[in-house]
Design a protein around this ligand. Sequence first.
Ligand code: CUA
Length: 155
Amino acid sequence: AYEKLWLALALVLIVGFIGTITYGAAGAGIEMIDDEGGTVDPATLDQHPKFGDPGIERTGENSYDVYVVARQFVFEPGTTQPLRVPADSTVTFHVTAADVIHGFEVVGTNANTMAIPGQVSEFTVQFEEPGEYGMLCNEYCGSGHHVMEGKIVVM
Ligand code: CUA
């Protein structure tokens, strides 16, 4: 009889945690969505229709897809030149890594994911006001980890 009680208690806790996470993400006006694409072959990343030449792509009146490749020690796009998005737009990021595990964080927001070779992480961000945001790698990825950063310019 006790097993059932513990099981029920565990379920309540799990549901509670999920609720907290969902509420936390929605509270900041940033929506995290599930990864649907899932996987990508790191060996042929350069020939991939999206990740081969990563960048921004318009998908609707105010919506964009952004494909980001993280590699030691740059974000493409973002590091060499800033990623530019219009204000008042909804941007879905698709993030992968070319070599080792990196992080991808939009500084000052809770938009934050891991960039993993072979996997595509997706999340959606609402950019309302013009301004600048930093991009940051927050997973240790080698000697240049601390300089791995980029910039997003909301125009
Ligand atoms: Cu890339 Cu740390």
